[in-house]
Design a protein around this ligand. Structure first.
Ligand code: ADP
Ligand code: ADP
Length: 233
């Protein structure tokens, strides 16, 4: 089944100017991991904003599970290049944060906190951070903070995970370790992933399908199914 579907999507930030992205047609199956690669300024972040409903297409249609996207979506998790943990919260409390904000979890948070903590601890264990649950961000290395950010993005069991250069700031060793972590989590939980990256090797390691965007105007110029036998299916 199709999960995300873009049909001839154009977006301009103000009416007069050129399009930031144009003629984007793309669809991803449920559970598919797609990567968007391209130079900076080609429209990758714009694509993300369209996929999450933060921006509406100037022209064309964006649907998720057959529904027109018309406002910010709740069932997405996001992680960015820099970890964005709140410094006054422990690792565990950072990971729990979406559950305190997003309905339907929010109204249940006090009553079900025990269950939520268990779930958070399972995720932290999967990324090797369970022993650091009580530590604060300043007590963690950059790679550890990024792992915690990924746990936070997944805590409310989003159907779609959006990753904007999440490994870009890490050293090569940590980066490849996190690739494995993400691959395992995806293989197990089968959420949809849209990964934006400059790194073709990263895209090739992780994604089922790779889309290449060209600079000005932002267009998809190539689509490649990953020829490597993935860990999934
Ligand atoms: P990338 O994420 O690939 O670096 P962006 O999606 O940020 O690219 O940008 C695509 C194009 O849209 C660029 O030409 C950029 O200058 C333009 N753009 C991005 N955000 C805005 C904005 N808020 N207002 C006007 N133009 C923008
Ligand atoms: P990463 O590869 O996640 O960036 P490092 O290579 O910096 O982590 O650290 C290796 C190990 O050392 C970590 O898995 C962690 O157990 C421990 N460690 C690193 N920095 C800290 C810290 N500031 N506080 C506690 N433990 C740490």
């Amino acid at each position: 089944a199709t999960f995300v579907d873009f049909q001839q999507v154009y977006l301009s930030y103000d009416d007069s100017s050129a399009f930031a992205v144009e003629d984007i047609t793309l669809s991803a199956r449920a559970g598919e991991f797609i990567a968007i690669v391209g130079p900076s300024g080609c429209g990758k972040s714009t694509f993300m904003k369209l996929a999450t409903g933060l921006k509406r297409a100037t022209r064309g249609s964006v649907t998720i599970q057959g529904q027109q996207v018309s406002g910010p979506l709740k069932f997405v998790g996001m992680a960015f290049q820099a970890p964005t943990l709140l410094p006054w919260r422990s690792t565990l409390d950072n990971v729990l944060l979406p559950l305190e904000i997003v309905e339907p979890y929010r109204s249940e948070f006090k009553r079900r906190r025990g269950e939520y903590v268990e779930h958070a601890m399972r995720l932290l264990k999967a990324v090797g951070l369970d022993a650091h649950a009580k530590h604060y961000p300043w007590q963690l290395s950059g790679g550890m903070q990024q792992r915690a950010s990924i746990c936070r993005a997944l805590i409310h069991q989003p159907r779609m995970l959006l990753l904007d250069e999440p490994f870009g700031a890490l050293d090569a060793f940590t980066r490849e370790e996190l690739w494995c972590v993400l691959r395992d989590l995806h293989a197990e939980q089968r959420f949809n992933v849209i990964l934006v990256t400059h790194d073709l090797r990263e895209a090739a390691y992780l994604a089922d399908t790779i889309y290449v965007m060209s600079k000005r105007p932002g267009r998809i110029v190539a689509r490649r199914e990953n020829p490597l036998p993935g860990p999934r299916e």
